[in-house]
Every structure is written in structure tokens, then in C-alpha cells.
Design a protein around this ligand. Structure first.
Ligand SMILES: Cc1cc2nc3c(=O)[nH]c(=O)nc-3n(C[C@H](O)[C@H](O)[C@H](O)COP(=O)(O)OP(=O)(O)OC[C@H]3O[C@@H](n4cnc5c(N)ncnc54)[C@H](O)[C@@H]3O)c2cc1C
Length: 370
């Protein structure tokens, strides 16, 4: 039986652990903190291929969206997945033109995307202040998009991996490198010096991927960016799906909470600076959201979070074996929420069955290796 170590219990690691365990390997997940402690715990988590280019990257994201929907057949219920559709409107003429071009391309590529009028927008979102949406707005609706509770999802995958297929999850284990013999992986070393034996180590530590293997395996060059998110307390506002208005994105976040993002605020953060919920940035984000959702009047932020997007240097996913070390495989990607269930299947096919997945051909770590 192949002995596999998955490092990192975020949405990517949990998806891969589940499928690799299902495929018959002995799987151990090593996690330094807790399930969903990393970027997966602080993500807008919109399942989409709304603006993903080039075509292979679009197709990969569509495969992720389909894989999320397909989990329902396997799990019976998937309470972490909300295939609600999503809305986007643009008013600035240059943005309107770009959106028109994008929607045309998406439709050519067979993606469900349509323009709707303000009347339909109001039907879809009855609590939206429709007069606050400009009459010049061009409104797109993508009915197959949605959003995920990433930590809930990761927990469910790991529970299924353990209960159905005997996988193990070890938290409080910080991996500091891979252990090799004659160029082959024999295990993962942790910060106490202990070596966890393995035939294959799959590094799923996202933004920490290079720290995790330090000097012992090839690095994936990263170009991370910081994201800032604002969370309301439970509110009596019936928002049914994510919307992307000019410089403000809002989505439901469960139990009546809303999550708010404002692109222009991300520039205020040079790194992982912490803020308090009553910070100026939270007030600005809430004010933008309240213009469109008047039911938010008087609501203050319950929490704010800054986090880092795990983005490979060219913006595209990195999935595959690293050249030069047999038995070491790395997965680091933005859009990880969308992609995860598909990556789980595809990585299991590659590492267990030796079937190279053509969908991953453009995304190999070797593109960064001389
Ligand atoms: C603001 C923001 C908005 C986003 N919006 C979207 C979106 O709308 N749609 C979408 O699809 N994606 C989105 N993303 C991206 C998505 O959230 C990430 O791609 C995804 O969460 C990455 O998951 P991961 O499992 O690779 O990494 P993580 O969730 O970071 O998991 C890595 C895990 O590894 C553990 N770890 C780290 N180092 C070690 C070590 N040495 N040893 C053991 N364990 C270790 C960490 O504790 C963590 O649990 C967004 C990201 C951000 C920041």
C-alpha cells in the first residue's frame, strides 16, 4: 500500500487527502495548526470561472465548479456548497466594455452567463436598493456560480477520509522539510526532527509551500497579494447570492452574516497587518455595502481579517511533481476553493494510477525550473 503524507489541512490538502485515501493509499495529513487555519479560513470562496484566462485555466475552474456540484451524489447532502448563481454589474464605460467582451467570450466557451435588466435584478435580490444601481449599469448573471464554506468543506472531506478510508489527521505537526534517500522521498521531517515515513509527500501548504520544504525541495516562485475582508454580525438582510458591484463585493456568510470585500482597500495593506473591527477600512466597506443594502444601516463589523492569496508568480495554478525529487508533489494555487474537488480527483489519478491528467499539463511546477 502506498504511504502518502499530505502536508496542510486547507481546502486543497483535505480534497487531495480524501481522494488519495479513497484510491487505496495509506494517507496521513500533517497540519501545523488546525483544519482551515490558513487562507481557506479567510476567503471570499466564490466558485467561478468568471474571468479566468487563458482557456486551460478557465476549463480547470469549470471542472472545479462541476466537481463541487457532483459531490452531492456522493455525500447525499453538501451543506457547505451554495450554488446560488452570482451577479455583477458595471457602470464605468471602460468596465462596461470589458464586461461585455468577457461575457461574450464566456458564452462562446459554453459558460452560463447572461445579461439581465434591473427589474430581474430586483426579483433576484429583493432587498437590494434598486435606485442605488445606476440606470446605466450593465448587469450580468452567472447562474452556475456560487460559494462555499471552505472550512466546513475541508472538515467534511477529512472526516470522510478518516471514517471511510482510514486516513489519519495529525495537527500540531509543523513540517520543515522532506527527507530523501538516493534522490527519492522517504518521508517528511517535522520541527522536532522526527521523520514521518512516506513514499510520497504532497505539499498543500499554500502560501507557506516554500517555507515548508525550505532547502529540501524546489521552490515554486510566488507573487502573493493581501486581501481584506469584513464580516457583519448576523443581520436581518436577505441576500441570496454573491454580488459584485463597482468596487464592492458582498456575499452571504451563513447564519445571517454577510462578508464584504472592497478591492480598492486591499492596496492599503503592505502585508498581514492586523486591524480591529472598528477600523476605518471596515467602516468604508460597510458604507459601500449599505448604499446597496439599506438593511445594513447601523450595523458594525463583527470581525475583519487580512489574509494572503497563495498565487504562483505567473498567476496560474501549480500542480505536479517537482523535477529532481522523486516522490515529491506540490499543489499551490489561487482559486483553490473553486478548484479543490477537481484537484483531489486529478491528483489521485496521477499519483496512484500513473495517469497524467491533460487538464493539468499547462500547470506543472517544472515551468519554473530551469
Ligand atoms: C481575500 C481572498 C479571496 C479569495 N477569493 C477566492 C474566491 O472567490 N474563489 C476561490 O476559488 N478562491 C479564492 N481565494 C483563494 C483561495 O482561498 C485559496 O486558493 C485557497 O484557500 C488555498 O487553499 P490551500 O489549502 O492551498 O491553502 P491554505 O488554506 O492556506 O492551507 C494550508 C494549510 O497548511 C498549513 N501549514 C502551513 N505550513 C505548514 C507546515 N510547515 N507544516 C504543516 N502544515 C502547514 C496551514 O496551517 C494551513 O492549514 C481567495 C483568497 C483570498 C485571500
Amino acid at each position: 500500500m502506498m504511504n502518502v503524507i499530505v502536508v496542510g489541512a486547507g481546502i486543497v490538502g483535505s480534497s487531495i487527502a480524501y481522494r488519495v485515501a479513497q484510491g487505496g493509499a495509506k494517507v496521513t495529513v500533517l497540519e501545523t495548526s488546525r483544519v482551515g487555519a490558513g487562507t481557506s479560513g479567510v476567503s471570499f470562496a466564490w466558485t467561478n470561472s468568471n474571468n479566468k484566462t487563458p482557456r486551460p485555466y478557465h476549463d480547470l475552474n469549470v471542472a472545479g465548479m462541476r466537481a463541487h456540484a457532483a459531490l452531492k451524489d456522493e455525500f447525499g447532502s453538501t451543506p457547505w456548497f451554495h450554488q446560488s448563481g452570482s451577479l455583477e454589474w458595471r457602470v464605468d464605460p471602460a468596465e462596461v466594455a470589458a464586461q461585455a467582451k468577457k461575457v461574450e467570450r464566456l458564452r462562446e466557451w459554453g459558460y452560463a452567463a447572461e445579461f439581465i435588466d434591473k427589474k430581474r435584478l430586483q426579483e433576484l435580490e429583493p432587498e437590494l436598493a434598486i435606485d442605488a444601481v445606476s440606470d446605466k449599469a450593465q448587469i450580468a448573471f452567472c447562474p452556475e456560480e456560487g460559494w462555499v464554506d471552505p472550512v466546513h468543506y475541508a472538515g467534511a472531506m477529512l472526516r470522510a477520509a478518516r471514517q471511510r478510508y482510514g486516513a489519519a489527521l495529525k495537527t500540531g505537526v509543523k513540517v520543515t522539510g522532506i527527507e530523501t534517500r538516493n534522490g527519492r522521498v522517504v518521508g517528511a521531517r517535522d520541527d522536532t526532527g522526527a521523520v514521518h515515513a512516506a513514499d510520497l509527500v504532497i505539499n498543500c501548504t499554500g502560501r507557506w509551500s516554500n517555507d515548508t520544504v525550505s532547502e529540501t525541495a524546489p521552490n515554486v516562485p510566488l507573487a502573493p497579494t493581501v486581501g481584506f475582508l469584513v464580516f457583519t454580525p448576523p443581520v436581518g438582510v436577505d441576500l441570496r447570492r454573491p454580488f459584485h458591484a463597482p468596487d464592492v463585493d458582498v456575499r452571504p456568510d451563513g447564519a445571517g452574516r454577510l462578508m464584504i470585500r472592497k478591492d480598492s482597500l486591499d492596496d492599503r495593506f503592505a502585508g498581514l497587518e492586523s486591524r480591529l473591527p472598528d477600523c476605518e477600512e471596515a467602516k468604508i466597506a460597510l458604507a459601500s455595502a449599505t448604499e446597496l443594502l439599506p438593511g445594513l444601516a447601523g450595523v458594525e463589523a463583527e470581525a475583519v481579517r487580512t489574509t494572503v492569496r497563495p498565487i504562483p508568480a505567473d498567476g496560474l495554478s501549480t500542480v505536479g511533481p517537482a523535477r529532481g525529487v522523486d516522490g515529491y508533489y506540490v499543489v499551490v494555487t489561487h482559486s483553490g476553493v473553486t478548484l479543490s474537488p477537481f484537484l483531489g480527483q486529478a491528483v489521485a489519478d496521477e499519483v496512484l494510477r500513473g495517469r497524467e491528467r491533460p487538464e493539468l499539463a499547462q500547470f506543472r511546477p517544472s515551468r519554473f525550473q530551469a
